[in-house]
Design a protein around this ligand. Structure first.
Ligand code: ADP
Length: 265
């Protein structure tokens, strides 16, 4: 249970997100050991690092799933513990393939983060995210009820609905947990296009599993064993960070073998 004021006791000045000496553990075991980071307003930031290094934990703390053990997280200079839950919810959108859908219609699932949105706005958000056609193909279109967990929708379709939801919400800070794999390339292309529209002008923090995101990022953060190993741009990190070079070379190798596989096919 998070304790938040009814109304803000501090006002965020912009959408810059900062972590100040953040420590955090699940139960007894500390998994983040003094993390300091700045994600400047309007920039694209990628979190990379080995599995289990703490990337999702950082993302979820910023999304306010839990409170930090010690240290603080600020948005626009305001400690997130001084911002009302309702306001914080409007400031930050968290998008992942696991975002579960609620037992309700597709329409209400998209609308849920902005209850005042009109049907036309919901449908426009769906169009922008390349969801419109597959939704219209469902039994009852936008009025089709999807079960908890998303019923019979594919992972890619769920991700697209959750992107449409975030787009309608129009939050200034977007946290994106990229899916590691998609079943079909067409779906992946649609998702990448939708994400590009969603994040324009926003502060984006992405847990990056794909090369394309990393190359274009304003800042890449290399996370290792609950600490920040290095930060910088692509070329800078290739030059100065051994762990990043290793991750980068693995990306290149897997991309080349995927392309080689496609050539042979
Ligand atoms: P990454 O996103 O880089 O793969 P995580 O942030 O998910 O890393 O995990 C960091 C560490 O915290 C790992 O040791 C992981 O096992 C642990 N961890 C993650 N989520 C939980 C949880 N809900 N309960 C207990 N330990 C967790």
């Amino acid at each position: 249970e998070l304790s938040r004021p009814e109304t803000d006791t501090q006002t965020p000045k912009d959408s810059t997100v900062e972590l100040h000496d953040v420590h955090f553990g699940y139960g007894e075991t500390e998994v983040l050991h003094g993390v300091n980071l700045t994600f400047r307003a309007g920039t694209v930031n990628a979190l990379v690092g080995p599995s289990g290094s703490g990337k999702s934990t950082i993302a979820k703390l910023i999304a306010s799933f839990w409170d930090v053990g010690s240290g603080s997280i600020t948005v626009g200079g305001a400690d997130i513990r001084n911002i009302s839950a309702e306001h914080y919810h409007r400031l930050v959108a968290y998008v992942s393939q696991d975002n579960f859908l609620f037992d309700n219609t597709v329409r209400e699932n998209i609308r849920m983060c902005r209850p005042g949105a009109t049907d036309a706005e919901v449908e426009q958000a769906a169009r922008n995210c390349g969801c419109y056609d597959f939704i219209m193909g469902l039994e009852n279109g936008f009025d089709t009820v999807v079960g908890s967990g998303g019923g019979h929708l594919s992972g890619g379709e769920k991700q697209r609905i959750s992107i449409a939801r975030a787009m309608l919400k129009d939050a200034p800070v977007v946290i994106l947990d990229e899916a590691t794999a998609y079943t079909d390339p067409e779906n992946e292309a649609i998702i990448q296009e939708s994400v590009a529209k969603l994040v324009r002008g926003k502060t984006l923090i992405v847990i990056a599993h794909r090369l394309s995101t990393i190359v274009d990022a304003d800042q890449i953060v290399v996370v290792n064993e609950g600490k920040i190993e290095a930060t910088g741009g692509q070329a800078e990190l290739v030059g100065k960070c051994q762990l990043y070079r290793t991750l980068w070379n693995a990306h290149i190798a897997s991309r080349d073998s995927a392309e080689g596989g496609a050539d042979r096919a």
